[in-house]
Ligand binder design. Sequence first.
Ligand code: PLP
Length: 389
Amino acid sequence: MTEDLLAGLQAELDQRKQQGLLRRRRVLESAQSSHIQVDGREVLSFCSNDYLGLAQHPRLIAALQQGAASAGVGSGASHLITGHHHYHQQLEQALAAFVGLPAALLFSTGYMANFGVITALMGRNDAIFADKLNHASLNDAAVLSRARLYRYAHNDVAALKKLLQASQAPRKLVAVDAVFSMDGDLAPVPQLLALCEQYNAWLLLDDAHGFGVLGAQGRGVLHHFNVNSNRIIYMATLGKAAGVAGAFVAADAVLIDYLLQQARTYIYTTASPPALAASLLEALKIIEQEDERRAYLQALIATLKSGLKLQRWQLLDSATAIQPLMVGDNHSATQLSEYLLQQGILVPAIRPPTVPKGSARLRITLSAAHSVDDVQRLIAALNRAESRF
Ligand SMILES: *Cc1c(COP(=O)(O)O)cnc(C)c1O
């Protein structure tokens, strides 16, 4: 009977609520920005991944409008049928050149890109080596690929080396977040690449939080570390710093050709609207040309770090726009988040299973859309909060 089925679900929901783990959505009533209207009130927000403040940039909006006027709204078909518009084609070429790899393939989301790559390349008998703090999309894809999944302690290169050494798998893939999404720290990419060379493994770098932000002109993590190799599979998302939506994979042309034949999340889905690609072409120009956005973002990061005078809670050691404030237990993190909201400041509490148990935190993200005053307001509120809790 449906009643039993629903009662089972309700019991699980109730349990989650008791544990302080119930997730809920807020309704955004303005454009994405630093000051937003949400659930009927104005708040100062520190939770978007719009690191460069491009999500409502007039040039991106204009490019989207013109793109829609010329290409229509829906793409109407998958890329392999008739959905592959010249805007998509142009964008793929521009993205590959921008990150310095031979070819690129667009996906509708980063989640789908990771799924497409991992399930296309890896199968039974193969082995995937993954950092414990990787994004869920990498883990889910690894499980679905049916390859053996080895998870090693965060950024523990020695542990990874042992695992690679012991592996007899015919195909090996090391997959990591280049910038860890909940901690903001970087993967040791040069060391990972050296290990991949030594043990003949692919290296999949998920640069969702580095593209547009790291490296000269925002070219991403490869440029930050000055590395390149035809065993690197570079994935970046286009809904964060790039301000629009979607993702791409860039790599050797043979690998990209292979994905075009094999990546199921590329083949069996409708192409994203071409106007998004038109808007992204404009975003790419701004990312490339406006170094001042990145310099300003770095200045805001420095302001936050030097302004916080906290004893109990500490910022994790991060040089990126992701500045997590470690709190620990779920309820305290939620309470702190609610306290800030009373002051009109929105910083969400991130709880398990998104982060490991006992490491609930406030995930503060800074953006070039913030003013120095915005950041000062957050600093003052947090400094006040600690003495009250
Ligand atoms: C956001 C994110 C993704 C997923 O990208 P979407 O385009 O939002 O689906 C993948 N990996 C990491 C590390 C991310 O932070």
